[in-house]
Design a binder for this molecule. Structure first.
Ligand code: PLP
Length: 394
């Protein structure tokens, strides 16, 4: 990337994870030019949409049927509406620190706050993330800590019978990068099945990043509904909801249908990009490379911090990770993040990297992204910059 003054950067933010093949990949440029010349949008289903949907279905284990939206937020919005229609229940459970887009009911405790404001773990303080949301919106939201089986069992025992859905990011990606504890997602699957709540995996960040079938493939846990965005469109605005035929056919035209409208849904040009993107991701080497380059960056950064005797951990694996300046060995959830992570030091560190040609957001809540365009040489540049930035921090 080059900024307006002509300074050159290596991008590790990749448009919040959307640019899975980097900037201006030649195959995608060709696809877009061709699609534009043929007609970009027809307000009708096209063979491009069918092609994109069939490719997605082949890759994602739980996807029997798929519906396209324009953003991840629209996808999570639709997922909740489907779950409510299917179960006849209104309430849903979201976890502290998880972000699912900017739809009103999801905007509870998605930002970090000082530890003293968080309330007890068993009864978290409910902190809206935005003005302009009627307080009654949150009457239907049950809030729980994540990555804690005992807390989950407790809250589902109390509220499970009333829940339409439990929504989770399979890897927590909006407090940096926090993988689930061993067995946590599997237990979540069992418990939601027992209480009749649908399990929604919000794979807007993780989808098409860790494996062709996202985290549900990686961890071997099948949700009822999955949502996608970001890497699905390789830089183009798109989202998707996938699940069983029984569930998604509720959107078929009828008096009691689940409504999902949208002028640009299934936009032909975007669908062409989705299909080309998914085809590239099915190449045998794609995920091997994403993981290898990411793991090299992670190992290298750990070594840099060790050499400089900096109390920092690099958490995550393969194509997505985050640096936490902390004296803890791991960050397991939202409360750990709020309590133990020096986010100001991280911002200063990233500023030093920016001065050395590494493009990354100073927000500790986001994460480093590896695309198929990154190389080991890019990692070398990053590690040299990190080495110098550490000296500069002292
Ligand atoms: C996990 C998750 N879900 C949903 C969304 C919303 O996606 P979009 O920004 O495309 O509306 C985001 C965006 O960052 C996200 O991180």
């Amino acid at each position: 990337m080059w900024d307006i003054d002509g300074n050159e950067y290596i991008d590790f933010m990749m448009s919040f994870g959307a640019l899975i093949h980097g900037h201006a990949h030649p195959t995608l440029v060709k696809t877009v030019c061709g699609a534009m010349a043929e007609g970009s949008h027809f307000a009708a289903a096209t063979s491009a949409e069918v092609d994109a949907a069939e490719r997605l279905r082949r890759m994602v284990p739980s996807a029997e049927v798929v519906r396209f939206t324009n953003t991840g937020s629209e996808a999570t919005m639709l997922a909740l509406r489907l779950a409510r229609a299917h179960t006849g229940r209104c309430k849903f459970l979201k976890f502290e620190g998880h972000y699912h887009g900017w739809y009103d009911p999801y905007l509870l405790n998605a930002h970090s706050h000082p530890p003293e404001q968080l309330g007890p773990v068993n009864n978290p303080a409910r902190i809206p993330d935005s003005e302009g949301i009627p307080p009654s919106t949150f009457d239907d939201v049950v809030l729980a800590p994540w990555n804690d089986v005992a807390a989950l069992e407790r809250v589902l025992q109390q509220h499970g019978h009333a829940l339409a859905a439990v929504i989770t990011e399979p890897i927590m990606a909006n407090m940096g990068c926090i993988p689930p504890r061993a067995g946590y997602l599997r237990r979540l699957r069992e418990l939601t099945q027992e209480c009749g709540a649908l399990l929604i995996f919000d794979e807007v960040v993780t989808g098409f990043r860790y494996a062709p079938g996202g985290c549900q493939e990686y961890y071997g846990v099948k949700p009822d509904i999955s949502t996608f965005g970001k890497a699905l469109g390789a830089g183009f605005p798109v989202g998707a909801v996938a699940g069983s035929r029984l569930l998604l056919e509720r959107m078929q035209w009828s008096e009691r249908m689940v409504l999902h409208y949208g002028t640009f849904n299934g936009h032909r040009l975007t669908m062409k990009v989705v299909a080309a993107n998914l085809e590239m991701l099915c190449a045998e080497s794609a995920y091997r490379k994403l993981h290898a380059v990411g793991n090299a960056a992670i190992a290298g950064l750990r070594e840099v911090f060790r050499r400089h005797k900096r109390k920092a951990i690099v958490q995550g694996f393969g194509p997505m990770f985050q640096i936490y300046f902390t004296d803890q060995d791991a960050i397991h959830d939202y409360r750990d993040y709020c309590k133990y992570v020096d986010t100001k030091l991280y911002s200063r560190f990233v500023q030093r990297l920016l001065d050395r040609g590494i493009y990354m957001t100073p927000s500790n809540g986001l994460h480093w992204i590896i695309s198929t365009a990154h190389t080991e040489a890019d990692v070398e540049v990053l590690l040299n910059a990190a080495d110098e930035a550490c000296l500069d921090l002292a």
